[in-house]
Design a protein around this ligand. Structure first.
Ligand SMILES: [Zn+2]
Ligand SMILES: [Zn+2]
Length: 352
């Protein structure tokens, strides 16, 4: 792509070997074979307390939204752009999006201003507005499909497949439910290669926010203060077309599958770690990275604190304590709006 810069009049000013050298040197930064990872948080350039959402863009242009959560304004969030696939780790409000940002940058990094996203949720809104494929475990997929049906005024169909691939762009939202360990593949129509999306185990639970339930369900549950569980919580492994294998932990405590499944079987090279205080200590999170998963690179997100100031991790945070314990690999805070590019080996080659 950089060769394009050497067209026209400018080309005449360089000897042939200089043009070749410049094009060669510029090639790794061109991004054609990199996966672009863009966190969407409440405050640009920072990692804030409610931040959850991440967009992954495959080199073929397929864009996947992971855990829309509460750090987007909803379907109208201008940062979303085209979304082909929506994945969701579990039903908790901070992931499904029972609340949404009042506006970009509103409130502080520690306390962003939010408003209700009931009854549809940010996930439901975005799936409907973007005509996205819902790639989630069964009960969660069905719940989100129903939200999309309410918004669109027509049933959400199962995704059509072509030689087992869902082929985008889609003209309506569709459900591609999948169980833990199963694979769904999504391919851009112009490409022969598909992105593989696989829910993997997490140690957590998946209860739906009461505000997102209909009146009949609420009336059943509230007298006994019970919760409704929408299947198991999960993480995801995504195999991109450039060879990158990303492991998105979801909310989870330590579990042996991090080693047996994500490291030994999938050979995950990039890990996006959810560092929630109720599930992982800094020592536990560092053990997951250093010993269990051993990825090439780590993105830390879901930190439940205003972890950065001016884009730098603050020294008195849990996030800093975790990062200080990680050995032999970089940890990148999920800075909102800052696109990181990863090559097929898991190395960050731009934006980190
Ligand atoms: Zn959770
Ligand atoms: Zn959470």
């Amino acid at each position: 792509m950089s060769i394009v810069a050497f067209t026209g009049g400018a080309m005449k000013q360089f000897p042939a070997h200089a043009i070749f050298l410049a094009a060669f040197l510029a090639a790794p930064a061109a991004g054609a074979q990199n996966v672009k990872v863009t966190p969407l948080g409440s405050h640009a350039g920072e990692l804030c307390t409610r931040d959850r959402a991440t967009i992954f863009e495959d080199p073929t242009g397929v864009r996947i939204l992971y855990d829309a959560g509460q750090s987007v304004t909803g379907a109208d969030d201008p940062r979303l752009g085209k979304i082909d696939v929506v994945i969701l780790s579990h039903a908790h409000g901070d992931h499904i999006g029972d609340l949404k940002l009042k506006a970009l940058e509103s409130g502080t990094c520690a306390r962003p201003e939010v408003v209700s996203a009931a009854p549809n949720s940010t996930t439901g809104e975005i799936v409907a507005a973007k005509n996205a494929a819902i790639v989630m475990v069964g009960p969660l997929a069905n719940f989100i499909a129903k939200k999309a049906e309410t918004i669109k005024g027509k049933p959400t169909e199962a995704c059509a497949v072509n030689a087992s691939d869902i082929v985008g762009p889609l003209s309506a939202p569709c459900t591609a439910f999948v169980q833990t360990g199963g694979t769904r593949t999504f391919r851009a129509s112009a490409s022969s290669k598909a992105v593989e999306i696989i829910p993997v185990p997490a140690m957590h639970e998946s209860t739906a926010p009461i505000a997102l339930l209909g009146e009949a369900s609420r009336k059943n549950l509230q007298p006994d203060n019970m919760s409704l569980t929408l299947g198991p919580a999960n993480g995801y492994v995504i195999r991109f077309t450039n060879g990158l294998v990303a492991y998105l932990s979801g909310d989870t405590g330590l579990h042996a599958e991090m080693q047996l499944v994500e490291r030994d079987f999938y050979h995950a090279s990039l890990m996006e770690l959810n560092f929630g205080a109720s599930a992982l200590s800094p020592e536990g999170a560092a053990y997951a990275v250093n010993t269990l998963v051993q990825p090439v690179s780590v993105i830390v997100n879901h930190v439940n604190e205003a972890a950065t100031s001016g884009g730098k991790v603050k020294p008195d945070t849990r996030t800093a304590a975790f990062m200080a314990l990680v050995r032999g690999r970089p940890v990148y805070p999920a800075l909102s709006g800052q696109t990181m590019e990863f090559d097929g080996s898991g190395k960050c080659v731009a934006g980190c």
